[in-house]
Design a protein around this ligand. Structure first.
Ligand SMILES: Cc1cc2nc3c(=O)[nH]c(=O)nc-3n(C[C@H](O)[C@H](O)[C@H](O)COP(=O)(O)OP(=O)(O)OC[C@H]3O[C@@H](n4cnc5c(N)ncnc54)[C@H](O)[C@@H]3O)c2cc1C
Length: 294
């Protein structure tokens, strides 16, 4: 099988540590690891993997996942599709582009509406799947449509309504459809005003959490009027450590990797917080981070 895969996926790497490709810097090896740089190549790779019955895991920027210490069987496809083009007020962008780069591009082209996403370290595709948001805005707000690949390999266009966006949710979390490109409809902007907004958001983020410490962002989905960070703080869990994983001392909804954290250390901390919150507040927390390979 390995020979067939090497032939069908030129440049494929075997046993690639996924800790190198996640913001948590945690995760065992991918059996096969392949980078797609164009949407056509991505579609071809997915079709081929499906023909070979090879399990597929898509990886954007790896900023919302916890990969198990045992790694991933099958093929991990890392999206490096980064094309971007403009048609009037519309911007059509490939799924692998870093949100921050999309924001910079739109500001340089005097388009406004995506500034809130500047500090979210994910890709457009990963962001759409989870309807990434911050500061009261979500990606869906300025989205017009999404081009996707269905499980039976059809290339379709979904309107914003058909994407069924919710809080950190979309249809892509409930189907095996793959986000290929997204079309945003933006407003005419003022470069300086947009840059000032980006700066304001960056300062706010820096005041809450040091982003240079590896993490995967908020561990749990927030609940209206009940900030999880505050609950964790009131439970005295800030700074709680299991192995190399620790609940952030500054942001109770962040788990950070203090060095050699194992995925299991993070899972144990997640379970500890869930248990304590359930006992004290009778609330079942839902993890925002995707656990893969467990
Ligand atoms: C420091 C830090 C701060 C963060 N702040 C925020 C924030 O303010 N707001 C927020 O919403 N999130 C935040 N996040 C979380 C994260 O950045 C977002 O969820 C982001 O959208 C994930 O994108 P990604 O490309 O990294 O996805 P990945 O982690 O690579 O993948 C996540 C899931 O999406 C799937 N996926 C990836 N690409 C595609 C695709 N093209 N089609 C279909 N499925 C796909 C993967 O298979 C996986 O299941 C933060 C994370 C960190 C580390």
């Amino acid at each position: 099988m390995t020979d067939i895969i090497k032939e069908k996926f030129p440049g494929v790497i075997t046993q690639e540590p996924l800790s190198k490709h996640t913001t948590f810097k945690i995760g065992g090896p991918a059996e096969f690891f392949y980078k797609s740089k164009t949407t056509d190549d991505l579609i071809k790779a997915i079709k081929t993997a499906r023909e070979l019955d090879l399990p597929i895991l898509l990886l954007g920027k790896g900023s919302n996942i916890l990969v198990s210490d045992d790694g991933i069987k099958g093929l991990v496809i890392c999206l490096e599709t980064e094309g971007i083009e403009r048609e009037g007020s519309k911007v059509i962008v490939e799924a692998g582009l870093l949100l921050g780069r999309l924001v910079d591009w739109t500001i340089n082209n005097s388009l406004a509406g995506l500034e809130f996403a500047s500090g979210i370290p994910g890709s457009v595709g990963g962001g759409i799947r989870g309807n990434a948001g911050a500061f009261g805005f979500e990606l869906k707000d300025s989205l017009e449509s999404v081009e996707a690949l269905t499980p039976d390999n059809r290339r379709i266009t979904l309107t914003k309504d058909e994407c069924k966006f919710g809080y950190r949710d979309s249809i892509f979390k409930h189907t095996d459809d793959i986000v290929l490109t997204a079309t945003f409809n933006l407003q005419q902007g003022d470069k300086e005003k947009s840059q000032a907004l980006v700066k304001k958001y960056a300062l706010h983020r820096a005041s809450r959490q040091d982003y240079s410490i590896p993490s995967a962002g908020c561990t749990f989905k927030n609940i209206p009027d009940q900030p999880i960070g505050k609950m964790v703080e009131d439970l005295g869990l800030k700074g709680k450590r299991i192995g190399g994983a620790m609940i952030s001392e500054t942001h109770g909804n962040f788990i950070v990797n203090k060095g050699q954290a194992k995925a299991q250390d993070v899972v144990d901390l997640i379970n500890l917080v869930k248990e304590k919150v359930k006992v004290k507040y009778q609330i079942d927390l839902e993890t925002e981070i995707q656990l893969v390979g467990f």
